[in-house]
Ligand binder design. Structure first.
Ligand code: ACO
Length: 327
């Protein structure tokens, strides 16, 4: 267990525009009833024209700075977890650095799909071990709807846009980040892909995008792996820290689908009232989902002082992770 990593501030941002299930009924052959019963999602936020991942990330970062009572100038490292950066180069993190009015920081992106924020927390722990005076901004930010095929009803109903941010330091007041656990399995990578535009799936000038430009997934298979992997890595981190599921006050799983969240809660044997969910309003925002939920659970007082909070996520790669926080 690491000792003194302090969560100085939490922030979040979602774009204004809402896409409801009723709106989707006029785009693809679907119904509010199907989406609600299969996923729990009622609506999701989508970016406006000209609004990018770096904009959502910067807005979430500003809220985290305000929450921490810190100035942007105090930040030393900026880590952005995203699979939907503004560009392949420059990184989203470098753009956020510029938008925050900073220079000469250490800014980089992390590609671990929906688990990316938790991978960012682990990277921050390494940064803080190497640079004890660092103030590390970790953001999950996504414009998933730009990589969503709105003619494919099996995927387009699931995703939304948003961002969540946190600032970590070795010093100061605030909740503690106690531990992080990560895992990956590349063999299962083909079950969830966004390939188009990568070096294995290039486009010639003027060529129309193919379906592989958008999220492709095998929903049922992912469902099974997601539940199994998140439950497993939650038990692993508890055992490593001499704790049990009875010690967990709040569980915040990746907000992919209400049925996955519910299944993780049940398999993990934690009462439903301790499981936080906002997937109903945001859909699956990938790397943004866990920090967005964490910030919201904190501001709405779902999380109380003294609570042991468990985060867990699962995403393409496959990647999966858990983290323990003490408020
Ligand atoms: N509206 C109406 N019908 C639909 C829709 C829709 N939007 N989408 C699919 N259907 C139909 C299918 O065509 C199928 O019809 P058929 O039986 O006539 O062939 C039927 O509904 C059932 O389809 P399934 O795919 O078997 O439905 P399932 O119960 O598995 O639910 C879902 C699908 C919601 C995608 C589920 O598998 C799931 O949530 N999986 C996890 C997906 C996920 O979370 N991915 C991301 C995780 S990792 C990350 O976050 C990047």
């Amino acid at each position: 267990m690491s000792n003194d990593i302090v969560i100085r501030g939490l922030g979040r941002y979602v774009p204004e525009k809402i896409l409801s299930n009723a709106d989707l009924e006029s785009i693809v052959e679907t119904t509010d009833e199907w989406i609600t019963t299969r996923t729990g999602i009622k609506e999701r936020h989508v970016v406006a024209e000209g609004e990018y991942s770096s904009d959502l990330a910067t807005a979430a970062a500003r809220m985290a700075l305000k929450n921490a009572g810190m100035k942007a100038e105090e930040l030393t490292h900026i880590i952005v977890a995203t699979f939907t950066p503004d560009n392949i180069v420059p990184s989203c993190a470098c753009i956020v650095e510029e938008k925050l009015g900073l220079k000469h920081r250490v800014a980089f992106d992390i590609a671990a799909a929906c688990s990316g924020f938790l991978f960012g927390l682990e990277a921050a722990r390494a940064m803080l071990a190497l640079h004890p005076d660092a103030n590390v901004l970790v953001i999950g930010s996504e414009v998933v709807t730009h990589r969503t095929n709105f003619t494919d009803r099996s995927t387009c109903v699931l995703f939304g846009d948003g961002a969540g941010a946190t600032i970590l330091s070795n010093k100061g007041e605030g909740p503690r980040l106690l531990d992080v656990r990560l895992s990956t399995d590349g063999e299962l990578g083909n079950l969830l892909t966004v390939a188009g535009g990568g070096s294995a799936s290039t486009y010639k000038p003027g060529e129309a995008v193919r379906d592989d430009y958008f999220i492709q997934m095998q929903g049922r298979e992912i469902f099974k792996h997601a539940v199994r992997s998140m439950t497993g890595i939650c038990n692993e981190i508890l055992e490593a820290n001499g704790l049990s599921n009875a010690d967990v006050d709040v569980l915040i799983p990746h907000q992919a689908n209400w049925r996955i969240i519910d299944a993780v809660g049940r398999k993990f044997e934690i009462p439903a009232e301790k499981v936080f969910s906002n997937v109903q309003r945001y859909g699956n925002t990938s790397a943004a989902s866990v920090p967005l939920a964490l910030s919201e659970a904190h501001s709405t007082k779902f999380i109380q002082d003294g609570d042991l909070v468990m985060l867990t996520a699962f995403g393409g790669g496959f990647t999966w992770a858990s983290a323990l926080l003490k408020f």
